[in-house]
Design a binder for this molecule. Structure first.
Ligand code: KIV
Length: 273
């Protein structure tokens, strides 16, 4: 049987996400960047998989999300799409591939959709990316917005601290959220903002609002998979709940393997041909 054969399951669509918000069912979203992990989290029932540009940090070891290229995002996304039977796959348009013009944004989105088979794209920003959002949507590509802490602008902010604590920034965020909804975005990610503000945005908007470090009163949650599985030990923000300690599990397994190889315990008589 081909590894690409997909069994019949009801696929998550942007319309279903909207229905989930309408009936008050929370949306569970995680990042993934490769076939094996995407396969596991899709089978485990995740609703949305984000091929985030956080791949730049957790897969490539860069300090920021800025260096990752469109080709690299497409490589990660196409690996994820091959694994997925049910989840909606959203792909970040990386830094430098949509800010130049709406035409550039459209070309980048079309490459992502055509070459990876993903279902939607995500980009960071509000009013400043309005033309790009409209142009991408006009080609029939679903768009997810991303406001609050937008890591592609880290050198403008200077830190990864909580955003929109001051009234002016909170007002701008609310205006941008409404604008993205008016443009036709199917959803919005809010990153690292006060829970009260996230609650207001989520209740004002009719589209699903997914939070990361935005408190409980939004329509769903997203985490970076390597963080929630405890693979990245050094990253410890308050909002992160670790559901496993894979760093210790993997370290223990590798220690044991090294010891078994060196002591000639592995392979045994039963483990050879
Ligand atoms: O790239 C990413 O992983 C993201 C999430 C943090 C929302 O954008």
């Amino acid at each position: 049987m081909s590894i690409h054969k997909k069994t019949e399951v009801k696929k998550i669509t942007t319309h279903q996400l909207q229905e989930m918000k309408n009936r008050g069912e929370k949306i569970a979203m995680l990042t993934a960047y490769d076939y094996s992990m995407a396969r596991i989290i899709d089978s485990a029932g995740i609703d949305v998989i984000l091929v985030g540009d956080s791949a730049s940090n957790v897969m490539a070891g860069n300090e920021t999300t800025l260096p990752i290229t469109l080709d690299q995002m497409i490589y990660h996304a196409s690996s994820v799409v091959k694994a997925v039977h049910r989840a909606l796959v959203v792909v970040d348009i990386p830094f430098g591939y949509y800010q130049g013009s709406s035409g550039e944004a459209l070309r980048s989105s079309i490459r992502i959709m055509k070459e990876s088979g993903a279902h939607a794209v995500k980009l960071e920003g509000g009013a400043e990316v309005k033309d790009s959002v409209l142009r991408i949507l006009s080609a029939g590509v679903p768009v997810m917005g991303h406001l609050g802490l937008t890591p592609q602008s880290i050198y403008k902010f200077g830190t990864y601290s909580v955003r929109a604590k001051e009234e002016a920034e909170a007002n701008k965020l609310m205006e941008d959220a409404e604008l993205l909804q008016e443009c036709g975005c199917f959803g919005l990610v809010l990153e690292k903002i006060p829970a009260e503000l996230a609650k207001k945005v989520s209740s004002k908007l009719s589209i699903p609002v997914i939070g990361i470090g935005a408190g409980p009163d939004v329509d769903g949650q997203v985490l970076v998979m390597q963080d929630m599985l405890g693979i990245t030990h050094e990253f410890k923000p308050r909002f992160l709940r670790r559901y496993a300690d894979l760093n210790s599990v993997i370290t223990g397994a590798v220690n044991q393997y090294v010891s078994d190889v060196k002591s000639k315990d592995f392979p045994s008589q039963d483990e050879k041909y």
